[in-house]
Design a protein around this ligand. Sequence first.
Ligand code: ADP
Ligand code: MG
Length: 404
Amino acid sequence: MTGITWLAAWPAEAGAERAAAGFERAFYAAPTGVWAAPGRVNIIGEHVDYNGGRCLPMALPHRTYVALRPRMDGIVRCESAQIDGRWQASLHGVAPGTVSGWGTYAAGVAWALRLAGAHVRGFDAYIDSCVPFGAGLSSSAALEGAVAVALDEVTGWGWADDDAGRTQLAAACVRAENQIAGAPTGGMDQAVALRAQAGCALLLDSRDGAAEQVPFDLAAQGLAIVVIDTRARHANADGQYGARRAACEQAARLLGVASLREIADTGEREAALATLTAAGRRDLVPPVQHVLGEMARTDAFTRLLRQGRLDAAGPLLRASHLSLRDNYRVSCPELDAAVEAALGAGALGARMIGGGFGGSAIALVRAGQAGAVADAVAAAFAGAGFDPPAFLEALPSSGASRVA
Ligand code: ADP
Ligand code: MG
């Protein structure tokens, strides 16, 4: 089938050149350097983070590039190849609620680093990216992560030198996104943008913030991940997210636990479901079934990964999707069509990722099968009258770094 859109990851040199050339056009000077950070997909462990669970994301080879030069006068000026016009503010005026627009993702990081004690005195930045934004692939954290390592280096702060420091940078990015950009976010996206290692998935435990690198050598096992950006963005996603979160909190309260993770750890799953039913809250059973099931699937997937049996992990992805669709009810026709078409074309497993109601899905495929899977998904979308999807091929990549 022709007309399939593959969004290729730029080689680092190409991304660096684009960002540096854009910087020179915008600011009539050379940047001090160019830094980049990746978008991400969550392989498994969906809607468990706010229940104290573990998730297993990986960094995409698709990165956001930031050419940056420090200033001493407290001014922040940002331009982006993806957005018209210049975003500008005085850093002294940046505080929760005082600024708006896309530049808050960059200026917010400067604000958070200053709060932590770094001597950020302003900067000019030019941004260019091959991470599609608003597709649930975390373009926001990619932007924050690249700005964070850039400012860390030009101020001589030095946090990017080890994982403990990168954990601090990730926390600053979360603060920036929550308080300055005004978007609620957990910590998964920023942890991946800063702490991921090539060839590994990052097992993140939301109960204590611990992160573990789990070798995820897709290429060596003859496998690949195809990301399907459905290009669907349904309204009310935020309201539905809030409702699911509230349901989980109510269930935990009724069960007398701090989070549903405690039920998963004790294995008292059936007893918990019976308690909810006896309390007249049958409505809470399906969401709790999803959360507990997803925690178990994430553990099982991680075990298979450690045993080098990734080719046996496909059914867990499919089970995750069915649970998100039927128990948690956060899927949508486009995501369901993408998953079914990918499986029909021979993918080992597939599922929606992210909050739901649009965004992206992933398919685990044998190397060489990606084209056939994309063809099948595109044909299914055309048949259903959906807008054409876009595709990305992904191997687990590394976190933020300097590229020029
Ligand atoms: P996601 O992180 O899933 O892509 P978000 O809504 O969290 O979606 O973040 C997208 C926002 O981040 C954009 O609306 C924009 O404000 C900002 N952003 C991300 N990438 C860029 C970029 N390359 N240039 C300018 N702004 C960007
Ligand atoms: Mg985001």
